[in-house]
Ligand binder design. Sequence first.
Ligand code: F6P
Length: 547
Amino acid sequence: MTDRSEPSPAIQDLIRRGEAARREGIGSRFAADPQRFATLSARLDDLLLDFSKTALGTEDMRALLDLANTAEVEGKRDAMFAGAAVNATEGRAVLHVALRGHVGDGFAVHGAPVGPAVEDVLQAMGQFSASVRDGTMTGATGKAFTDVVNIGIGGSDLGPAMATLALAPFHDGPKTHFVSNVDAAHIADTLRRLDPETTLFIVASKTFTTIETMTNAAAARAFVADALGEDAVAAHFVAVSTALDRVADFGIDATRVFGFWDWVGGRYSIWSAIGLPLMLAIGPENFRAFLNGARAMDRHFATAPAGENLPILFGLIGWWHRVAQGYGARAILPYDQRLARFPAYLQQLDMESNGKHVGLDGQRTPTATGPLVWGEPGTNGQHAFYQLLHQGTDTIPAEFILAANGHEPALSHHHDLLVANCLAQSEALMRGRSLSEARSQLLGKGVDPAEAERIAPHRQFDGDRPSITILHARLDPYTLGRLIALYEHRVFVEAQLFGINAFDQWGVELGKELATGLLPVVTGETDATGHDSSTAGLVAALHAMRN
Ligand code: F6P
């Protein structure tokens, strides 16, 4: 592989623009343009993307739209929607959009329509969910299921776990639990609270080889078999997978498997049968609304002009922050407690997709690629890490997500406080507080002038810290669908600008291979010969502590 090549002249120009914009700041742009919010915001119905509190100028946005044109973002989007093998390193189509399409939308892979098969699985999921929810499908002893445990990891866990929490106000089905970590604590703590007679397990794994999932599934199987007998196991397990042969080897009957396809990436699979625990919790109708929300965003992404296209604009701003302005991280700050798992979900979506240093041409990318993605819900984060966002030495663009309405009308005062805090944070990040303001504030409080001089620098904030706000009417299944699809397409747009394949994840393989090799060393079957002295030393110390 060659060294990183030079960025194109257009990218170099944008990097110069990014530096100039940083010097100019954000507040001064508002002062110069009273129409700034109107110009630098876009919406799809009630879903509003406000990017006016970034350092972007309208000329910069024009240059970014030119970049999108040069990178053929729209053409590549069309190729993805047309079922081309855009996952070039694995030779696969990428068609999660077909999972939320209608049969008439005509999605196809290699010319073969996929809509009917998608609809068949949705129907099967719907019937199964209805029978669990109304109690006609029971466990081996004839009792209705009160609890569902999803066993999966990564894309087979994060999506349904995040969305099930997000849509708590819509739950009217069995209680759902999620077990992902191979740490026995996770399954043990979950099973301890459950009755095997009334618990249904979903083993969710695209490949049905993932060690964590297989190990946890075996423990769950033993939990049922020990309590109710081996014959009871079949009635308490279903599987979600693309690998039907491996599911059969595990002992789950083909009639209890919900399939999906190799053109659905793990981190894009919430829309497939991987969404079964969500459907069980909120019901088939609400699940359809969730899919329809994503479809609305897909239609918008596929048809809206680039300058009004939310995913394209969102991707361009993400690229601007990462490459033109050189910011290495982005903070996801949902002012919504039920979106507590959304940052973790986006970590996989974004970092597993765009954490790559090799371009589609096999060369090192000419620019930085995906940033570090992290976050927590507000207002909790305000009392933890926001100090660094406001006064730390690094600038971290923040992405606020806010609903105009909560789900608790009797406690609407809480929601007003939540909203006020969210708006205050983006304003504070942008505005900052000058040294003279800090000084006058102290003097106004009657602080001694010498002391005010000493303290004022500590109370000064640079400001000009960028943020984006996504505002929507209320977090319901339809809006959650739109929100996730917005981020999915944003990741796609950024990948085209970076020139990388967003749909493979070879970087996670090495750790898995080494873990397999280290297991016999940990169990003492083999020694640590061939491992580095740190690894060997840690294994020796660990063995000593075990004895
Ligand atoms: O290790 C990464 C990964 O392959 C993810 O991409 C995927 O979502 C996760 O593991 C789980 O994979 P599976 O669904 O095949 O068990």
